[in-house]
Write a protein that binds this ligand. Structure first.
Ligand SMILES: Nc1ncnc2c1ncn2[C@@H]1O[C@H](COP(=O)(O)OP(=O)(O)O)[C@@H](O)[C@H]1O
Ligand SMILES: [Mg+2]
Length: 409
């Protein structure tokens, strides 16, 4: 039990709400910090702090003041918000459990993260920082296509572009750069092959990879040059031997980043039968992967364990053994761009117990643009089923039968 222990969630967005509710049901006193006083978690939190989640100093200052003057904080975490550096710095400042600040700093900069992986012998795509469009053109001449251009310090696939023959490299360079707060971009070899999302709990140095999902890139061409993922499927179609290789790689990755207790969210590609790390994040996933897909797939409450880890409570490894391997499918809504006129949700979706989550993020009057990053997806469905095909059919039918009608604006 976590009765009366105080947990601080940095970031109070929609996808953090399941974590706030869970922490409350565990008996925690929940504090949420966000720059937006109307953020979805703010009404349900026991207390709120106003600070930009990306502003480490401001967040530390409000947390410290609350901890000292109002109520001691026992743990700090984030969920579906990419602010592990803010979380690690608050944890260090208040003397709470957390990952090393240096590890969070390394991961906040994709070049520094990859330099670390390279020196630890972790397989990753060839990469280099690129400083102007002319250098990018030289690199293309030398290495050929396909390549990936991305901001060094962004997230949610913002500004991540697959460079293919015919692309305007001047445009690509400035488009990608526009998403970097520090105006830095890097280029990588594009690795072909199945893409996997993983999520692991690291407890006392042991890596428990409980989330393992095949990422769906059916729209790679449709939304090119943007790399837009359309959900994922569990269990993975990869052989157990390949899954094992990926889990071994994640163990090395956790060691390379000095993570003894924490969360490791991985973007992995299996290319030529060998796993490569594209990047990792040291925080809970978005897209309801940690809160819905992993528990539905394994029977393990991933977020509950993450909360306990943040509070410094012990975790019994026996509780991290999956109870089952239920098929789960996640798909997103990609309505035709335009102005939303009508949203119609058929009755069966509300009544089908296999539809575990259904969320539409647009309403009449909203303008839908062509998706250029993950936050621009219009909604999400998560379905279970008796096998992978059944779960996928339900998710795809829910998408197809829901009408988000748009008109050209
Ligand atoms: N070198 C690469 N090879 C293949 N796919 C890649 C590569 N780099 C990025 N991607 C794809 O693009 C997605 C987003 O890129 P990523 O580097 O993870 O940026 P973000 O921080 O925005 O998530 C990755 O999850 C992966 O699917
Ligand atoms: Mg990523």
């Amino acid at each position: 039990m976590s009765n009366n222990l105080t947990i601080l969630f940095v970031g109070g967005g929609l996808e953090t709400l399941p974590g706030v509710r869970l922490a409350k049901s565990m008996g925690c006193y929940v504090v949420v910090s966000d720059i937006n006083a109307d953020a979805p978690c703010m009404v349900e939190a026991d207390a709120t702090l106003i600070a930009s989640t990306y502003d480490v100093d401001e967040s530390v200052a409000v947390a410290r003041q609350y901890h000292r003057d109002v109520r001691p904080i026992n743990g700090v975490m984030c969920m579906a918000t990419d602010v592990p550096l803010t979380v690690a710095t608050i944890a260090e400042d208040l003397g709470l459990p957390g990952i090393p600040v240096l590890s969070a700093q390394v991961v906040a900069d994709k070049v520094a993260m990859k330099d670390r992986f390279l020196s630890s012998g972790i397989p990753l795509p060839w990469y280099t920082e690129v400083f102007d469009a002319d250098s990018l053109k030289q690199i293309v001449k030398m290495r050929g296509y396909p390549l990936v251009l991305k901001p060094v310090d962004s997230r949610g696939a913002r500004g991540v572009l697959r460079l293919m023959p015919g692309i305007d490299l001047d445009w690509a360079f400035s488009a990608s750069k526009s998403y970097s707060p520090t105006k830095r971009v890097m280029v990588e070899e594009f690795l072909d092959g199945p893409q996997i999302s993983t999520e692991s709990l690291v407890v006392q140095g042991e890596v428990y990879t409980l989330g393992f999902s095949d990422r769906n890139y059916e729209f790679l061409d449709r939304y090119a040059p943007n790399i837009i993922e359309n959900g994922g499927d569990l269990p993975s179609f990869l052989s157990l031997a390949d899954q094992e290789k990926i889990c071994d790689l994640l163990e090395k990755t956790a060691k390379s980043l000095d993570i003894t207790n924490g969360i490791l969210k991985g973007d992995i590609v299996l290319s030529g039968g060998k796993p490569f790390v594209i990047e990792v994040a040291l925080r809970l996933s978005g897209g309801y992967f940690c809160s819905h897909e992993i528990p539905l797939n394994t029977g393990i409450d991933f977020v509950e364990n993450a909360i306990r880890l943040a509070l410094g409570q012990s975790i019994d490894p026996n509780e991290l053994i999956p109870e089952f391997n239920r098929p789960v499918c996640q798909r997103y809504f990609f309505p035709t761009p335009g102005k939303v006129e009508e949203v119609y949700v058929p009755e069966w979706i509300r009544n089908d117990p296999e539809i575990a989550l259904f969320e539409i993020r647009v309403r009449p009057g909203d303008i839908i643009d062509r998706p250029v990053h993950h936050p621009s997806r219009a909604g999400v469905v998560i379905a279970t089923g008796k096998d992978r095909d059944d779960a996928r059919n339900r998710a795809e039918c829910a998408i197809k039968d829901t009408r988000i009608n748009t008109v050209l604006n």
